[in-house]
Design a protein around this ligand. Structure first.
Ligand code: SAH
Ligand code: SF4
Ligand code: F3S
Length: 491
């Protein structure tokens, strides 16, 4: 991973140190002589990081190169997250820092992009006087025009949510990548209405991207030497695509029968991407328990290059709480999905989860159900949060946020403690195994050691030997620490 990428620990309420959902990534220097300089900082989920790559691409075509140094930037974009209150507070703090920089550089343009821009809209311009641009997640093609508006002395605002924007034709500038592993957005938005969640409001309706453009992007990445792609969406299992215009025309001309209309499901998309090359690993995130099908599991099983790992957030182990969270599955349904995964893969599939402690009206017994569900599943790891009420969500309108903060924190701590135990147990099971690891960087502790990920998405650290970055290594695991497997190359 590039050392220009700063991982700033913004944990707060979020306890798991492996979290991907609260990170800052600072772009690398690509600006040439004569170009204006863009600095982007991204918060939130992988989709947001992936969006920043689209933004960099749009701006590059308009003569902006990226810089990793905010002080030399002409244009500063903050790609923001609204998922919990803490995430928004972090963004406000960063805006204060940027405003200080702007004081000594008055021509600098500051733009807020992403979910917080969408949630707060022009309110953000009123609250943060030095913000020049507010752009929601579906308006990134418009950014050059918005910058133009600011150059003319206006503010630039576009928070229009689209029903069909997927940025399918935009080749992302790979900001967050090590040249080995890249993200591909396969869909945008979310049609689920989980009552705690702000995403449907900030990202709009769910839409799937043309599978052929996805396969093309994966192929291009592979041709450039990439070895792993992660297919991204808020709910990848509900991916569904049909070429509506083409189908309509062919139906009208009677060249096609209604029953033969081509609809590509997520399982079929996986199959298509897996076909790019057996040397290209495929990951995907996030799966929703209500939508993950047996077909997806069988497709994973069929292709060695689709990693055996599923991020399957449960949120709570209690059916009443799941019901008021509007997750549309209950404890039994979730357990059935886990049983099916274990039936298909045995122990050979990593499973991780997200958990929310102290949702509205959650009782002690209901909290215990979350712990007992964790005991049943033994997740490899989890992202764990306490409930943070978000304005405008169904939960905010319907329920009182009635669990006191100290109780939320204590419940969260119990969840975290149990998860640590389970992660250690699950890691211990791997000791003695031989695993295929994609080497993606140097170990944080020593330049003499590489690190990589196994199929289950666990980090494996081992002495370098003659191996090279970006290669697959066969590693025998001989030990483990809390979050990491330790081993050595055996061929
Ligand atoms: N689409 C994914 C989740 C995206 S948000 C899914 O459905 O699983 C990532 C995680 O943030 C969620 O899984 C949830 O655990 C957490 N989260 C979302 N809203 C939250 C809130 N209001 N308070 C606390 N945690 C929240
Ligand atoms: Fe939010 Fe639920 Fe959509 Fe996930 S599935 S993004 S939690 S509304
Ligand atoms: Fe945050 Fe928006 Fe992602 S709210 S988690 S950046 S979709």
């Amino acid at each position: 991973m590039s050392d220009l990428i700063k991982d700033i620990n913004l944990v707060g309420e979020q306890v798991d140190e492996k979290s991907v959902s609260c990170e800052v990534k600072v772009t690398e220097n690509t600006a040439n002589e004569g170009q204006r300089k863009l600095y982007i900082e991204s918060y939130g989920c992988q989709m947001n990081f992936s969006d920043s790559e689209i933004v960099a691409s749009v701006m590059q075509k308009n003569n902006f190169g990226t810089t990793s140094n905010v002080e030399e930037a002409d244009l500063v974009f903050l790609n923001t997250c609204s998922i919990r209150e803490k995430a928004e507070q972090t963004v406000r703090q960063r805006l204060r820092v940027f405003n200080r920089v702007k004081k000594s550089k008055p021509g600098m343009i500051i733009g807020v992009l992403g979910c917080m821009a969408e949630r707060l809209k022009t309110q953000l311009l009123e609250e943060e006087k030095m913000v020049d641009i507010v752009a929601g997640p579906d308006s990134y093609r418009d950014l050059p025009k918005l910058v133009g508006d600011v150059d003319e002395g206006d503010k630039g605002v576009n928070v229009f949510l689209s029903r069909d924007e997927t940025y399918a034709d935009i080749a992302p500038v790979r900001l967050n990548s090590n040249g080995i592993s890249a993200m591909i957005s396969i869909m945008r938005g979310c049609d689920n209405m989980c009552s705690f969640c702000v995403v449907p409001f900030t990202r709009g309706r769910e839409r799937s991207r043309d599978p052929h453009s996805i396969v093309k992007e994966a192929q291009e990445l592979f041709d450039q030497g990439y070895k792993e792609v992660t297919l991204l969406g808020q709910n990848v299992d509900s991916y569904k695509w049909s070429d509506e215009e083409n189908n309509k025309a062919r139906l009208e001309k009677k060249e096609l029968k209604e029953e033969d209309v081509e609809i590509v499901s997520f399982a079929q998309l996986l199959e298509m991407v897996a076909g790019v090359s057996p040397e290209l690993r495929i990951r995907f995130s996030t799966s929703h328990p209500k939508d993950i099908t047996d077909d997806v599991l069988y497709t994973m099983k069929k292709h060695e290059n689709i990693c055996n790992f599923i991020h399957l957030p449960v949120q709570s182990g209690n059916s009443r709480v799941l019901d008021i969270m509007n997750r549309t599955y209950d404890r039994e349904w979730y357990i059935n999905r886990i049983d099916k995964i274990r039936e298909v893969f045995g122990n050979d599939c990593g499973i991780s989860s997200d958990m929310i402690a102290g949702f509205c009206t959650e009782t002690e017994e209901e909290h215990q159900d979350t712990l007992s569900l964790m005991e049943y599943v033994k997740f490899d790891y989890s992202y764990m949060f306490f409930y943070s009420e978000r304005p405008g969500t169904l939960a905010e309108k319907k329920f009182e946020d009635d669990i006191p903060l100290d109780v939320k924190k204590r419940r969260l701590q119990e969840i975290v403690t149990l998860q640590r135990q389970h992660s250690a147990e699950r890691n211990a099971l791997n000791v003695g195994e031989v695993q295929k690891v994609l080497i993606d960087g140097y170990s944080k502790r020593s330049k003499e050691h590489f690190q990589g990920r196994n199929s289950h998405n666990k980090v494996v650290v081992f002495p370098k030997g003659n191996a090279k970055l970006g290669e697959y290594a066969t590693v025998k695991i001989h030990d483990c620490t809390g979050g990491t497997l330790l081993g050595e190359i055996i061929d």
